[in-house]
Write a protein that binds this ligand. Structure first.
Ligand SMILES: C[S@@+](CC[C@H](N)C(=O)[O-])C[C@H]1O[C@@H](n2cnc3c(N)ncnc32)[C@H](O)[C@@H]1O
Length: 210
């Protein structure tokens, strides 16, 4: 593996000094895409949110600004990501508005129906079993709650470019809509920008009348 790829490959599960470095880089480089994505969901100020694959914690900081009366949890299977997210959101943790746990999306350390919204920024490319993992996300969301996905790698024609940097699975809106429906979500809505380069998707967990 080349030096560049062995550095970027760390984004899959950050470890050691390389992992810390790449998390700082991702906090900056992913932000434009994340803010564009967030403009497509309505976030009540009291919402209880789970950010899956929280990485360097910048998305948690953004979500905390939207939820002054709510709370934001983060989960990531990398200890280096958990530590970085904790440092980045120290103030909110002290106020009792944020909590970060180490864990895998395949077996989330939360009870059924705990969250109004679950978010996944730049992480589903690495999830081991998309259908199973989407069902696990659905489990921890409340009825009528929202699952939000935001990806900057979204065009199949860019797969080769991305895979020169790191091994990831690029999903189209058709792939994601199909798997989300199979996983039991409804009201799926996809947004692409610009030239279909970025993709964000919202999906609802069905429930009774709102
Ligand atoms: C490319 S980084 C994105 C970090 C952050 N969400 C962002 O947008 O900057 C992917 C993150 O997802 C985490 N991740 C990947 N697969 C995961 C899984 N199966 N369970 C939990 N976390 C996972 C990685 O450890 C890493 O911190």
């Amino acid at each position: 593996m080349g030096i560049l790829k062995s550095f970027y490959q760390n984004a899959r599960r950050p470890e050691g000094i390389g992992g810390r470095l790449i998390l700082s880089k991702m906090n900056v480089l992913h932000n434009a895409n994340a803010l564009w994505g967030l403009s497509h969901i309505e976030i009540p100020p009291t919402a209880r949110i789970l950010d899956i694959g929280c990485g360097g914690g910048k998305n948690m900081s953004n979500l905390l600004r939207h939820t002054p009366q709510g709370s934001v949890y983060g989960v990531d299977y990398s200890l280096v990501s958990v530590e970085k997210t904790k440092r980045k959101n120290k103030g909110a943790i002290l106020q009792g508005r944020a909590k970060i746990l180490q864990g895998s999306v395949s077996s989330l350390p939360f009870e059924d129906g705990e969250f109004d919204i679950a978010t996944a920024f730049e992480t589903i490319y690495f999830w081991p079993d998309l259908l199973h993992d989407f069902m696990e996300v659905r489990r921890v969301i409340k009825e009528n709650g929202i699952f939000f996905i935001c990806n900057e790698a979204a065009r199949p024609e860019d797969s080769e470019k991305w895979n020169k940097l790191l091994d990831l699975s690029v999903y189209t809106k058709e792939d994601l809509s199909k798997t989300l429906l199979e996983a039991g979500f409804c009201n799926i809505s996809c947004h692409e920008y610009p030239n279909k380069k970025w993709l964000c998707v919202t999906a609802k967990k069905p429930g009774g009348p709102v």
